[in-house]
Design a protein around this ligand. Sequence first.
Ligand code: NAD
Length: 465
Amino acid sequence: MTELLGAIQPSEGGREIRDPATGEVVGRVAEPTLADLGTAVSIARSAQREWAARSDTARSDVLQRAADAVEASAEALAELLSREQGKPLNGPNARFEAGACAAWLRTTAALELGPEVLVEEEGTHAELHYRPLGVVGAIGPWNWPMMISIWQLAPALRMGNTVVLKPSEYTPLSVLALTHVLNTVLPPGVLQVVPGGRAVGEALTEHPDIAKVMFTGSTATGKAIIRSSADTVKRLTLELGGNDAGIVLPDADIHAVAEDLFWGAFINTGQTCAALKRLYVHEDIYDDVCAALVEVASKMPMGVGLDETNVLGPLQNQAQFDIVSGLVQAAKDAGARILLGGNPVASQPGYFYPTTLVADIDNDNPLVAQEQFGPALPIIKFSTLDEAVEMANGLDVGLGASVWSSDADRAREVAARIEAGTVWINKHGAIDPRIPFGGAKQSGYGLEFGVEGLKQLGTPQVITS
Ligand code: NAD
């Protein structure tokens, strides 16, 4: 980890980045100017011609070697990520994220997207190709900073584009370290990072030489990017906020699914876009589901990330801690029943919010209606399926959702009625680099992963004779 920090930190100065679990300084990040962004875009533009001229197989080989490089540095990357983001090494957290970076690179390198013959008949031959777009700007959040950077850059590079990445101002070090590792293999100029905050992000979305913006973050920022990119008619992929519902039908096998329900909601201590954020449970099994979740949740240790025993960590920053505290307080004020947690320890260093389960809560309570993005799950009782589907569809976001039942056909029928980009059955948030992922409604547009994801990083061109 120290070696990686040595390679990415400015020799002097820069902004301090602190560990959200302890408050200790992890490292320093240089604060670039808008002129630095302009230089990076112009380098990326020059590098793009040669990169696009390479064969598709050659680019695929480079991505495979990039995956090897990430694997060779995986432990150092996971440690830095754990200190900067707060997530523990173990559980579905920092080591898992470093492993996912390599897995996404490999799968993206192996995808095939050849020309498609559209019409073949007497007098007409038409083919659809996907050509490189040019320079892609990638803007990411702080919850899965390395993995989401890979989701954005791997298909962009595979398709012959070059990339300028702007990580979240909260988690720049892990992305700089990841990029440093990738750049031991990639040709110069193909992938660059410009850390910085909102102003750098905004300038990237307005820049005339950026052909497409891949954005993952909040819905509010996504709307700002639609506006700021309008004058240059940029292509956009927007992976925005969610407030995923899970519906537990009365025939669900509670003990078989309790642990998956827990991790569906509490992966990365709840700071996950497609985490289960509202759980709707049929009245016949409501008390049993609540009891099973309390039993599982009580056993999951929370603490400093580098301690091998922990599987839950702190919230990443003060603002997120305040959001979660405020929403749980709103639930308490409305008379909801706290089954577990709900009382952060004021004297403890770090942004730790205890694992919290909230029962007997109304569907319009802010803890249900707003994205909490933290370890506090509201559990809402329903009587009829129609009522559950209506509540699940009642918000203006629709990233993921899940249905929990012992009857797969019944679960599929319910899934078809839910307004979300992905509906999982008896699991939640299980993503796969071969399977497209994207949001419905205000959770965004465009798809990532798989061949559909590759298509979004190319400009379609029809050749017809
Ligand atoms: P955010 O929107 O505050 O910030 C995301 C990034 O946008 C940061 O790099 C930030 O510097 C940049 N930014 C801010 N203002 C900008 C502007 N005007 N123009 C360009 N860039 C700008 O989001 P966050 O708090 O970092 O992340 C949490 C949110 O992200 C949650 O809502 C979560 O659901 C969502 N998210 C979605 C997905 C998904 O795949 N759909 C994945 C992870 C997170």
